[in-house]
Design a protein around this ligand. Sequence first.
Ligand SMILES: [Zn+2]
Length: 227
Amino acid sequence: MAKKSKGNILVICAHSDDQVIGAGGALAKYAKEGYDIHTLIMSFGESVKPHFKREVISKIRVKESQRANKILGGKGLTFLGLKELKFEEDFARRNISENFKSLILKMNPVKIFTHSNDDAHPDHRATLRIVLKAYKRLRLTCELYTFEVWHLFNIKKRNKPKLVVDTTETFSKKIAALKAFKSQIKLSSFYNYFVLNNFFYFLIYIKDFMNGLKYKSRFAEVFYKIR
Ligand SMILES: [Zn+2]
């Protein structure tokens, strides 16, 4: 029997795997609890390599993201296809602000998850700025949380309001979803090194494990409430 939806949760991230790294366990848990998870991805993926055609990469990324999304139990997946490192310029140039805002309004989310301002990646911070602008213009009142991708340990924000999600039961889904992004093995020597050595998964394991230790569960993801 189909359960009635508890509401929409919107995730807005820069690249196709960010939401899995930053919030995969929590998203899988919310999906299990009956929320509809919608993901909005600003680009078509990460770092297009010069010897691969852009459309080819995009197609692979979209497929991988759909696979990962299915593993996590997510619903919709939308790609804006913005140019990497030029999100804000591209966003303005293509005049997609209205579409972006009406998409958010249509979804009427109970929670929004997006990137943190402390993240080292410029696309991640640009995504946050775009989200904050829309949040303000639309006079939204839903909870807005941030997650970190390339800032695995954070001591600065100890006193900010937090959302701690026990991801013990969904941690394995998060790792399975991450493994859906297999093309990274072929496309990037950086990832090649880390993925083959399982170092990347190890870092994520350590981060979620340390959070779990701190908040008395096996695994946990921690989010900061900024609105
Ligand atoms: Zn990213």
